[in-house]
Design a protein. Sequence first.
Length: 290
Amino acid sequence: MRTAAGPALVTALADDLDRLLSAEPDVRADRPDSVHSMRVATRRLRSVLRSYQKMFHRTEIDEIRDELRWLAGLLGVARDAEVRAERFAALTEEQPAELRRIGRRLVSAERAKYTRAHRAVLRALDGDRYAALRDRLERLRSDPPLRKRRAKAEAADAFATVLRKDFRRLRKLVRAESEVAETDRVEHLHEIRKAAKRLRYSADAAARVLDGPAQELSQRSKKLQSVLGDHRDAVEAMATIQSRADAARKRGAATGVYDELYVSEASAARKALENYPVAAEFLQRKFADS
């Protein structure tokens, strides 16, 4: 049976919209992992709108994507602090007393950042800007600004075209990684991670139409995203530790404990990258074989 691309895409977007809106009450109640859930849903929706942007009239979609970027940014400040607090707590849990003392300071500072950021999120959720965004997202479900000709196209062909484009974009970034200067490598790996996430989400959106191939592509992209996400978390933790060490140094305090924590996170970053080549192997194949 022939499936039209427009309705299939709107169905996939409705799933993402439901994820976003269902997370809102939990964020308001500050339930565990709620900020993460809403942030992921926001990013997923924005990413799918970007990958499938040619299916829509662009002005309305670009404006929605801008507002989703704003919301994801607010949620991201809270989530990043939450991740660092959890990471520092785990890092120092079974360490000597001095390391635990410094670790508790790091955890306390990140939890304070989270509290401030969460309050900012709540203010935003109660504001007119978010209310307007919610209305626009609901209209995206009920009256999507689809381009008629593209919306009537065969869904399998339209979705495969998008996946092929996102696949090739990710592959190009991975192949270019060997030519990137060492000073720029961390940021380039971050770009690869974002491209893997984009491919994962566009594949998820295509899963009902392309079934097995899209699901496999999503799983492989998720693995690559996860490996590079572990690396990024360690790198950002290193930056936080270094900042605290610099502040201690300016006060004339010893920084040896911070140095030990920094070395631990540097080791975690290296270990994460050990899994990178295997995680990226699927990009050596042709798209049709993925």
